[in-house]
Design a binder for this molecule. Sequence first.
Ligand code: PGA
Length: 257
Amino acid sequence: MNRKYRKTVIAGNWKMNMLASEVKPFIEQLKENMPKTRACDVVLCTPAVMIPTMIKAGKECKVAAGGQDVSKYEKGAYTGEVSASQLADIGAKYCIVGHSERRQYHGEDDMLVNAKAKALLAKGISPIICVGESLEQREMDLTMEYVDYQVKAALNGIDATQLRRCIIAYEPIWAIGTGKTATAEQAQEVCEGIRAVIRKIYGARPARAVSILYGGSMNAKNAYELLAQPDIDGGLIGGASLKPVDFATIIAATNQE
Ligand code: PGA
């Protein structure tokens, strides 16, 4: 983290878990376990149907709500989709785009991820843009090359002013939901690389101001060390964000100097 230049963000990704009726009890437990003062923004990205409940429950302890996906279209005959204006209208402040599960199970490519990020920015929502390599790519030493490409493609046509609203999440696919975390050094190396790519496109100042999160089996035990890295500005947390005590511990880990 480097709080002098950029925001620290702890984002939970509930994926397709939990029920609206479980939101309030979750937030109450989170509140009990969270430090009174904290050095980060907290957001929970829930299934879209739970966003209003999350906003209501999270207000008092400043937990924002986010979506997990968005349509690239503004409106129209796209059955099952949710638009950026609809997310903005109910009060979502963030939305994940390009999560590897969407890329893998729904065939999303970098162009679509870029279009979705732009759709969100147009409505004032911060996209949390996910990038990350497969195990095969890591073993072939292609990590940085691939992640570079993903970052460039996702940010294509986004100007420096809009970049300020963007958050990048580095999530190595092999670490997601597997219990296998990247080491703090591996995660730092790629996050530093991502910042370097952004520097090349936008220059030093905008690059310094972008929050880059790590995601992939971040938990109450490893969060402190990961967050101690200079280019890791927070986390995108799946499994551990479903457990209020663990999620609170991760939030508390941002209070380090
Ligand atoms: P995980 O998920 O923390 O359960 O590995 C992270 C994510 O998919 O964003």
